[in-house]
Design a protein around this ligand. Structure first.
Ligand code: ADP
Length: 166
């Protein structure tokens, strides 16, 4: 059985992530969505909430598991979970420049391959950070996130008031 992993912090999961995960599910027998936590980073959602939003959204797709990645090396996680490929979506050449050394390092560490999928044109501009910024400033993000994420983002803090002039 061919098992792949889509790793990320998914804070929160958005339509660009979903599209890549769905395509990975078409290429592999099983796809693990591994939700990472970097303790040096500040997240908008807890690990439990990030996993719940991913589970709710991906429930209709077969062969997908959502689980925490835990601490430590992604390459070791892959060895431990019997994962043969890491699937990454590429939005730009800067994504590629960032991902390439990690892909080579992961292969040299444990032999795990990385498969790059070009991001869908509609979602090239999407990142969790940009979506959170637009939401906080009162912009409509409903085209970019699944329903369970929209519900949580809209239930969050009210948009901040823009600074008054003069
Ligand atoms: P990070 O681990 O840096 O927090 P994210 O959780 O935002 O990353 O994203 C996880 C992975 O999802 C990225 O490494 C990338 O492969 C993919 N991804 C992110 N945004 C998009 C997008 N708009 N289209 C396609 N793939 C994406």
């Amino acid at each position: 059985m061919r098992r792949a992993v889509c790793p990320g912090s998914f804070d929160p999961i958005h339509n660009g992530h979903l599209e890549v995960i769905a395509r990975a599910a078409g290429l592999f027998d099983e796809v693990i969505v591994a939700v990472s936590t970097n303790y040096a980073k500040k997240y908008r959602f807890s690990l439990e909430d990030r996993m719940e939003m991913a589970r709710e959204t991906l429930a209709s797709l077969r062969g997908i598991i959502v689980e925490p990645m835990g601490e430590g090396l992604l390459a070791e996680y892959c060895r431990h979970r019997g994962v043969s490929a890491i699937v990454k979506g590429l939005r730009s050449s800067s994504d590629f420049d960032y991902e390439l050394p990690m892909a080579t390092m992961n292969r040299q560490l444990t032999g795990v391959e990385t498969v790059f999928l070009p991001a869908e044109a509609h979602y090239l501009h999407l990142s969790s950070t940009l979506i959170k910024e637009v939401n906080v400033l009162g912009g409509d993000i409903s085209d970019f996130v699944p329903k369970s994420v929209l519900k949580r983002l809209l239930a969050g803090e009210p948009p901040t008031e823009p600074p008054r002039r003069g």
